[in-house]
Write a protein that binds this ligand. Structure first.
Ligand SMILES: Cc1cc2nc3c(=O)[nH]c(=O)nc-3n(C[C@H](O)[C@H](O)[C@H](O)COP(=O)(O)OP(=O)(O)OC[C@H]3O[C@@H](n4cnc5c(N)ncnc54)[C@H](O)[C@@H]3O)c2cc1C
Length: 562
């Protein structure tokens, strides 16, 4: 059997990191990333070699599967490795360490909803834990089969064969879409109908509709439609207790929303198999501007004014001076705002003009000619992206590819995102940067680069997204990098929640954000959620350890290796 034997219908993935196996960095990119690692450490760090499948010794599956399910069950090393971890820093570093302690015993590839139900029926009876798996792009331990010893085994259920757009309702502008469709797959099926979901997380290429709904993912719209929640019209899920289907409605006042219960349930209540999604017409008009501010506080005042103006910009990405410098769109002295509008219906001149008036009120400056070019009639998607906006976008798309190499070079690089009301933003912004710097200095013994951007804005506050890079090791000792990362993660969870923010704005709770989630949420609410789980999943087989502990079972403790 070949090393990469698989039941998957998708292209071969880099099982250890981000992207497809044939997507390599250019020589120029490699040199740039190596340069950044050197700048952090002052010397050339040891680079750990890229893992190969044969480097891993996986134990044989602990359980046998029934004959009726066998044709959809894979135990090939490639399939088990792809489903062993997600794509967080900790996941990638463990792959480079060749340290995968909890591979799934089997990976199931159901071809229909009936298959999903049959897997759950068998697993419930056999005390086998089930991990729903979309694209596996979780960055919080959401797909890791680390369920402890209380289960006979673990099966990861990959929804990739459920990838079709099943029905389109043109008059309501909605579509019924299967949960396992990757972002590009569902967009390419909607395109011939001149429709789009336009939910574009940075992970679009390798994440699925079901994963977005299960994690309340955040897309590229900066305002108005920030989370996938805003596009969900109805859902259908298979639970161990039966099918849970909701009614298609544009709105409803009939009690708590059952969709809202499934949205964000992170695979703990059921497997979402399809959803009716609200769609958009494809944008015909787009305009953007790059605006520079002498200080972060001036830029924040401008963004607050924009958020409360009713203009609802599609893009309103504020980069603090350090973030701007890291993305090569500034020298580190100015905050940069990338402001954009789009519409399928009308030219955007009035929106942009008013937006620019608001930023000018707060010392924002911009290149009027570039803005005029972006507003020119006939200018369509992407064509206007010039200057800082274009450079920022390129860096944004390539960033996940650079991360694999940074990990191999011993750099700890991660992000954490939150949301906070405007009245507490400044305290949070100063507090997070200062305390994260202190924590990293204590843990790593040197200063770190901590930067911030806004991914989304609301009339009552922004969603700040923090990034940091620090040196974990110069000797290739990735265990030390990982141990330091775990300490930093626990500290940043505590810092953002302690300062009044949420532990996550759109990356979900998973396993890695549970400490913050437990601090910010009411125990009574978590008990109510656990009681709902006990009804839908009486055997507590679905994604145990993620989000909440099922009644009567507690999550296994987490060591450095997970
Ligand atoms: C480089 C990179 C960039 C990212 N950018 C963004 C971003 O811009 N915005 C954002 O919100 N997130 C982002 N993420 C995080 C991640 O992509 C999201 O959490 C995404 O929604 C996960 O989708 P997925 O299909 O990969 O789900 P998976 O990772 O497979 O699963 C995530 C969780 O959902 C559950 N799940 C998956 N499918 C189903 C289903 N059908 N039914 C029930 N439960 C299910 C899993 O059990 C797990 O708990 C990024 C991640 C990476 C690595």
């Amino acid at each position: 059997m070949s090393e990469t034997a698989t039941f998957s219908r998708r292209g071969k993935l880099r099982f250890y990191g981000w992207g497809y196996a044939d997507e390599d960095l250019t020589a120029e990119e490699i040199a740039r990333v190596q340069g950044s690692a050197r700048r952090l450490g002052g010397a050339a760090p040891v680079e750990v070699s890229v893992p190969q499948i044969r480097d891993f010794e996986l134990p044989p599956p602990r359980i046998a599967v029934p004959a009726a399910l066998a044709p959809m069950m894979s135990a090939t090393p490639y399939d088990r490795l792809v489903h062993s971890l997600g794509k967080s820093f900790a996941d990638i570093v463990r792959m480079f360490m060749r340290a995968v302690s909890s591979p799934p015993d089997w990976v199931a590839f159901p071809k229909s909803e009936e298959d999903v139900a049959a897997i759950l029926e068998w697993a419930s009876g056999a005390n086998v834990a089930v991990i729903p798996f979309g694209g596996g792009s979780s960055v919080c331990g959401g797909v890791e089969p680390a369920v402890g010893d209380g289960y006979a085994g673990v099966v990861s259920v990959d929804l990739q064969y459920l990838w079709k757009v099943l029905e389109i309702d043109r008059s309501s502008r909605a579509a019924r879409i299967q949960a396992g469709a990757l972002g590009p797959e569902l967009e390419s099926q909607l395109k011939p109908h001149a429709l789009t979901l336009r939910h574009f997380p940075q992970s679009l290429q390798l994440s699925t509709l079901g994963g977005w709904i299960a994690t309340r993912s955040g897309g590229h719209y900066a305002s108005l439609y920030t989370h996938i929640d805003d596009f969900v019209e109805a859902t259908r899920s298979v639970t161990p207790a039966g099918i849970l289907e909701t009614r298609r409605l544009p709105g409803s006042g009939a009690g708590p929303s059952p969709d809202r219960m499934m949205i964000g349930s992170e695979g703990t209540l059921g497997i979402i198999t399809e959803a009716w999604m609200r769609l958009q017409d494809r944008p015909m008009h787009q305009a953007s501007a790059s605006i520079s501010f002498p200080s972060m506080s001036a830029a924040v005042a401008a963004v607050r004014a924009l958020s409360q103006s009713g203009l609802f910009p599609t893009n309103c990405r504020l980069l603090d001076p350090v973030e701007a410098r890291n993305n090569h769109v500034g020298d580190g002295t100015k905050a940069i705002l990338v402001l954009g509008f789009e519409s399928a219906d009308h030219p955007l001149n009035a929106w942009m003009e008013r937006g620019l008036e608001l930023v000018a009120d707060h010392q924002g400056t911009y290149d009027s000619e570039a803005v005029a070019r972006s507003l020119a009639p006939g200018n369509r998607a992407g064509e206007h992206r010039q200057g800082a906006a274009g450079q920022w976008r390129n860096a944004f798309i390539r960033m996940p590819y650079y991360r694999d190499l940074l990990v191999a070079l011993g750099v700890i690089t991660d992000t954490f995102e939150t949301a906070i009301t405007w009245d507490r933003f400044e305290t949070l912004y100063d507090g997070v940067r200062e305390r994260t710097q202190t924590v990293i200095r204590e843990i790593c013994g040197h200063d770190a680069v901590v930067s911030c951007r806004f991914t989304h804005i609301y009339p009552d506050g922004p969603a700040p997204y923090f990034s940091y890079s620090a040196l974990g090791t110069t000797t290739g000792d990735l265990y030390s990098s990982l141990a330091k990362w775990r300490q930093i993660k626990l500290a940043t969870n505590e810092i953002v929640v302690g300062l009044g923010g949420t532990v996550t704005h759109h990356h979900a709770v998973g396993r890695d954000h549970r400490s913050g989630y437990e601090r910010q949420s009411s125990p009574l609410f978590r008990q109510a959620l656990a009681a709902a789980k006990a009804v839908l999943d009486p055997g507590a087989i679905l994604n145990p350890g993620v989000l909440i502990d099922p009644i009567g079972r507690s999550a296994p403790g987490r060591g450095v290796l997970g």
